[in-house]
Design a protein. Sequence first.
Length: 603
Amino acid sequence: MKLLRRAPRKRAKEERKVVRRRVAPPTVREVFTAFSLTFFEKPGKALAKTFEFDKVLTRAGLAIHPVKYSAETISLTILTTLFTVVAAALFTAIAKPPLLTKVIAVLVALMIPIMVFTYRFAYPYLRASMRRNDVNNELPFFMAYVATMARGGYSLEKVIERVANLRVFKAVREESRKIITRIKMFGEDPITALDSVALVHPSSRFRDIILGYTTTLRSGGDVLHYLEIRTRELFEARAREVREVLNRLMSFLEVYTIFGVIVSLTVFVFFAVQGAITAAQQMQRGGMAMSIDVATPMLYNFLVLPMLGFFIMLAVHINQPRTPVNYNEVYATVFTFIPISLALFFAVLIVLGGVEIFMAPLTLSGVKALIIALAVALEVVSIPGWLRYRALVKGYRGFVQATADFLRDLSEVRKTGLSPERCIILLSQRSYRGLTRVIERAAAALSVGFSLEDALRKALKGVREWFTVAAFRFLTDSIVVGGGSPEVVDTLARFMQTLSELEEETRRRMRTQVILPYFGSVLLSSIPVILLYMLLALAKIPVEAATPLILVMMTGAIFNSFIMGLIAGKASQATLAAGFIHAAILVALSIAVSTATLLFIGA
């Protein structure tokens, strides 16, 4: 009987155990969101309604509720304001800095919350702009691909599904996945799903083409003719846009050169004159323990100039045509060497006797040790990134031109009636510079019985030239689905030829702009310090009196030379990874000029 009584109790106990579920604790982000909505939901609604965040977030492709985003923006701004105001008050109360430093601290405390709010406000617009540019970059290839699939008899839904799985596309692949989501989750037909995505898209070109395409489908018009006409127009517009973008990039570099070099020289001359006057006044009072305020030069060198470089780099990134190819290996290499560079910084500082800058009055020998240690640290970060990037892109110069030549020859040989596979095997005997090894691998794979798609995939493995990969992807599908007519191949060859000419023109025109940062680095590393030395010599004041100002000027010149190199690489090669070669050379040039300048002034 006892066992019979215990059985229901045991069962009930087990059921209670099953019902209990382990609830994960809320994350910091969830707590912050709950806090923001609790205290700032009403202001968030007003802010979202005023600036129409619902439309902006939709155009940016962000799946965030506008009230939530607005409430978090207000919360971040208020918390940042409290933090910066308290920090500035404690700094002025404890450190008791000069009046100018207090004014700068107050301005920084006020500017940081404004910058936070501005960033949160501008972020959806930046995302929408990047979404528009990325889609516009891939749109010509996408339309050519759709035209080829339509020629082969593929349905609209099958084309979208195929594009959604193609790794050669990035931005268009994301748009295709949005369309597939609306078809399979919301039950919309393909044409309605296309309309839904296109109507809220930030790219007017994508919107017009897709809406025209769906209208042609609904009205029963000649879809293939529409796609071919629009594809040809896109190819021509792409060539014009690249030239316009090139002019904008040159304007950005000129602006950075003007403000980063010419204005900086003017400001540094002002700092030098101010430092010399301060030293002269204190010498007249009979004291050698001089105190020169370096807060403003430090703020300009390590905040204003880097921020200017960041905004120029952001403007270049937004306006520059980009490809889905990334260089994450380069950035991983750079981050791996950051701890090593920090260790070498302190090691070099100790070996050169620069530790005295932390324990004794600052001397010119300490300045020399510090700038050499800083240069070594930056070189240790830059050189491995440069070598890694060089290894990734080595041998790809001229790939676009070689691809255009190969496609043109393929179109001509195809007119003889040979199969596409046989044409590729025949053309593998010709020389296409760096592309020859790719053609030979494809021909070898075709000769042993691989399919065309498998052969080209194996041949293109590891190739990082996106235009070549996209062209061969298009060629493969045009052959598999549409038979690979000579007209289609010839159209692609003409476009690749145009891209090759634009690439050469870009390299030629950007070459002169890339040289400007080198002159700027030399000027920033020498002119301000030499001018300060001459002013002090006229007043018969030892140069050691302005050692703190010399330290700020020289370390700032080396650091900003590093940033100049990154911008030069980004503007010339459309990737930040290419900037490490310029950064390494500019840092070496800057430390050489700085060392020579110190020798000139008697260090």
